[in-house]
Design a protein around this ligand. Structure first.
Ligand code: PLP
Length: 391
């Protein structure tokens, strides 16, 4: 049986540091809010959920998570409503605040899926959402009141059973911590596209040997182990001067880039513009941003959207024949990350990275999604936590 929101207790910290001002650049995921949400599964049942001061987790060294990588997580964000952002910008004092979550149901469903892959117990998604919303309300003062800024939420589940047996862990710790974050790319001084709509085009190295995911593997789940495996290849790419790795599948089909889904916009040989991305065949993570972009572009109805296997050779042909419009990674952290260069078998190919929203699907999606996230553009994807007291 699931834990229940009605059983949630809240222990407030008496040490509440002031919210981050972001006057100096803050590295992603290095500043944390004072509370955590925690729910434990022990003796075949879920404990009562608790929001409590964030504290270290003390576990015996024989715990499953330390040996068999029984860990999975989510990455999602809470955003200030645009009205609050505008009030703060005008110097007004907030008495209440409205915070928004972006498609939290998608993240919770993906967490349940990842947990099921690890043989962890399930729960009622609606009960978890209500606990999560309460947690965000407790931390609402730490949701930055700036456009493009957000409170990053990290739900995590780990196996805490005390046994060296390589078997499913019957005891699980589910917790959520939160980290205020600015726009992913802080523009360098004097950089033209300052602010939340700034993007930072990256150089990709196509990785032909090391694999991140394969048919029947766990690439479609958000397991901690999926991030450990690729680290060496990512580091080697960095050392060669590339920002991210482009991952290929078992048959060398294009999968993802770094820890983002990957999208190409190109013209077909017949001159038709289409958006192409890898299908959700279990080898790529079902990204919330990917899904949002595909839905938006389908709604706009201007170009065809195809979820299908394609190859680096298709991309290179499109680049060499002048048919590539743009390609970009997409994910919660940066929303979109355009690509400016593709390195493949020792040759570097320049990739077009159009800068105006008229020609760039990536930039248009960035603006549209940010506007939905902050409530500038109403859409059912954005869920409001109403009138939380501002302290
Ligand atoms: N692919 C991987 C491997 C990821 O870690 C992520 C995470 O952010 C994504 C894709 C994008 O998913 P989402 O849009 O839900 O953030």
């Amino acid at each position: 049986m699931s834990f229940q929101f009605s059983d949630l207790t809240i222990q407030r910290s008496d040490n509440l540091p002031p919210p981050e001002t972001f006057e100096n650049p803050v590295l992603f995921g290095t500043v944390f809010t004072p509370h955590m949400l925690e729910i434990n599964y022990e003796n075949h049942q879920w404990s009562k959920p608790i929001i409590k001061p964030r504290e270290n987790i003390s576990l015996p060294p024989q715990c499953s998570v330390f040996h068999y990588g029984t860990s999975c997580f989510e990455g999602m964000k809470a955003y200030a409503d645009v009205e609050d952002i505008e009030k703060v910008a005008k110097g007004e004092t907030l008495t209440t605040q409205r915070v928004r979550l972006f498609r939290p149901d998608k993240n919770i469903a993906r967490l349940q899926n990842s947990m099921a892959r690890l043989c962890f117990p399930g729960f009622d998604s609606e009960e978890f959402l209500r606990c999560l919303e309460e947690y965000v309300k407790v931390e609402a003062n730490y949701v930055p009141k700036q456009y493009g800024y957000s409170l990053y939420l990290r739900p995590t589940a780990i196996g805490v059973s005390e046994s060296l047996k390589a078997a499913p862990a019957p005891n699980v710790k589910l917790f959520v911590i939160a980290s205020p974050v600015g726009p992913y790319y802080t523009p360098a001084a004097g950089e033209e596209h300052a602010g939340a709509l700034a993007v930072h085009p990256v150089k990709l190295l196509v990785e032909e040997n090391v694999k991140r995911a394969w048919p029947g593997g766990t690439g479609g789940c958000k397991l901690g182990a999926n991030y450990a495996g690729p680290m060496l290849a990512q580091e080697e790419a960095h050392a060669k001067g590339y920002d991210q790795v482009l991952w290929l599948g078992a048959n060398q089909e294009v999968q993802e880039v770094g820890a983002m889904n990957f999208i190409c916009v190109w013209k077909t040989k017949e001159g038709k513009t289409e958006l192409v991305t890898a299908p959700l065949d279990g080898s790529v993570l079902p990204g919330v941003t990917r899904d949002s972009i595909l839905q938006l572009v389908r709604e706009w109805g201007e170009i065809t959207v195809r979820e299908c296997n394609y190859y680096v050779s298709d991309m290179i042909a499109a680049i060499e024949e002048g048919r590539m419009v743009e390609c970009f990674g997409c994910g919660t952290a940066a929303i979109v990350t355009p690509v400016k260069l593709l390195a493949y078998r020792g040759v570097e190919y320049a990739v077009p990275a159009p800068e105006d929203a008229e020609h760039s699907i990536a930039r248009r999606c960035l603006k549209t999604i940010l506007n939905i996230q902050h409530g500038v553009t109403p859409k059912e994807w954005s869920r409001v936590l109403v009138n939380t007291e501002y302290k």
